[in-house]
Ligand binder design. Structure first.
Ligand SMILES: [Ca+2]
Ligand SMILES: [Ca+2]
Length: 420
């Protein structure tokens, strides 16, 4: 009876598929206290349950920090709501998560008031760190940079191929006061990486990285021989510097900066570029929208003789795109005369096109690999690619600013569009 055998086989496979997620779930431990969390991470580091779920509540760390040393560990909220599970360093904890292992995931949490870096990834003297994912995490008021990525001290091993997506990273007035007192400068920023390769920074909202007395670091900054970074679909509001590849002679190789919206309101005393390339050969900067209400003259700068083989295309700005220190780039189809009336709500950072502006809509050039826009609308719509981060459609753009998400979605659903 081959038919029966097939049916039995089918039922067996179906049962196996149903059981697999349950099997995975058994490798999770749920915690509700700081000591429980510390214990769970200690056990996971020794080979215990690799998935740690946190119940709702505020976890007052008060000096406790969490060091992850074993590959494959995940720490996330049990209910998927990042605003309901808060790890509060209260400026006593130096680093909330210190990660020295590969394939670690931190998701669906709020991390606030770390004295130094709320998340610090470091390679060690004997191994690289790869494949770390920071997803749907709200990082509030870091004492220094929110996410710091470092090689080991001898720079022989690196932290590569990671992802920061759908995070909300912000500095408020209270955090700003702490930063200035703690550092004696505006030594803070969003994501800051040295000698890191192949990172993706996408769909994040980063805001408030400025001080009135000195220049803050960038919302996103990859330098010190970092390479092939992809920075896309981020919203950066009210940060002294938006996105940077390289700094001075400490450069960056390759990489793509596209479909980002960068808005800065009135000056706080010090301000700088939206996108800066410094010793950044081979970079592609396309379809970003940058609008300043302060007076800094340049939206995009490319600097130093090492900056060559760069394409800057289809960017929409209200300030110049400028070479400094003898850098060279191929400039195509950029518009640097954007007007407030072109955008839905520029003072709120909403740089979606309000109407089909002539010379902007359908006026870009084709760029290799450019297939969507800030909203994940496919490009091109109509007869050509639009200039700027938003490909205009007659249907209204999604809610803005993008609302916080619930539980981290499977990758296939992420493709449908879901933002912090
Ligand atoms: Ca179009
Ligand atoms: Ca769009």
């Amino acid at each position: 009876m081959p038919g029966n055998r097939d049916t039995t086989l089918f039922l067996f496979l179906a049962a196996l598929l149903l059981l697999c997620p349950l099997g995975a779930a058994r490798a999770a431990v749920t915690v509700s206290t700081v000591s429980g969390l510390e214990q769970a991470i200690g056990q996971a580091n020794r080979g215990g349950d690799p998935t740690i779920l946190l119940r709702e509540g505020t976890y007052a760390l008060n000096g406790v920090y969490l060091r992850i040393t074993r590959a494959g560990i995940t720490v996330r909220s049990a209910n998927g709501d990042r605003e309901k599970v808060v790890l509060d360093g209260n400026y006593q904890t130096t680093e909330i998560f210190q990660i020295v292992a590969s394939d670690v995931t931190i998701a669906d949490l709020t991390l606030k008031r770390a004295r130094d870096h709320p998340i610090h990834l470091i390679a060690t003297a004997d191994h690289d760190v790869r494949g770390v994912v920071i997803d749907n995490v709200h990082i509030l008021d870091p004492g220094q940079q929110a996410i710091k990525i470092n090689p080991d001290s001898s720079r022989s091993h690196t932290v590569d191929l990671g992802t920061v997506r759908r995070c909300r990273i912000e500095l408020t007035d209270a955090g700003r006061a702490f930063v200035w007192n703690r550092n004696g400068s505006c030594y803070t920023g969003g994501v800051d990486a040295h000698q890191a390769t192949g990172w993706t920074i996408e769909d994040n909202v980063i805001s408030g990285f400025w001080c009135s007395g000195g220049l803050a670091e960038h919302g996103v900054h990859f330098w010190s021989d970092s390479r092939d970074t992809l920075v896309q679909r981020n919203l950066i509001i009210d940060c002294d510097r938006g996105i940077g590849f390289g700094l001075g002679t400490s450069g960056h190789h390759g990489g793509i900066i596209r479909n980002n919206m960068i808005y800065h309101p009135q000056d706080h005393g010090v301000s700088d570029v939206g996108i800066g390339l410094e010793s950044a050969p081979g970079a592609l900067v396309c379809n970003n929208t940058i609008f300043f209400d302060h007076s800094y003259p340049n939206a995009i700068e490319y600097r130093f003789t090492a900056t060559t083989d760069v394409l800057i295309a289809n960017n929409l700005t209200n300030r110049a795109i400028t070479s400094r220190n003898n850098a060279t780039a191929d400039l195509r189809a950029n518009r640097t005369d954007a007007q407030p009336s072109w955008f839905v709500d520029p003072a709120a950072g909403n740089l979606h096109l309000a109407w089909p502006v002539p010379g902007v809509v359908d006026s870009g050039v084709a760029v290799s690999g450019l297939a969507d826009d800030f909203d994940r609308n496919s490009r091109p719509q109509g007869v050509g690619t639009d200039i700027g981060a938003d490909e205009y459609t007659s249907t209204p753009p999604p809610p803005f600013p993008p609302p916080a998400t619930g539980r981290t979605l499977p990758f296939t659903l992420l493709l449908l569009g879901n933002r912090p």
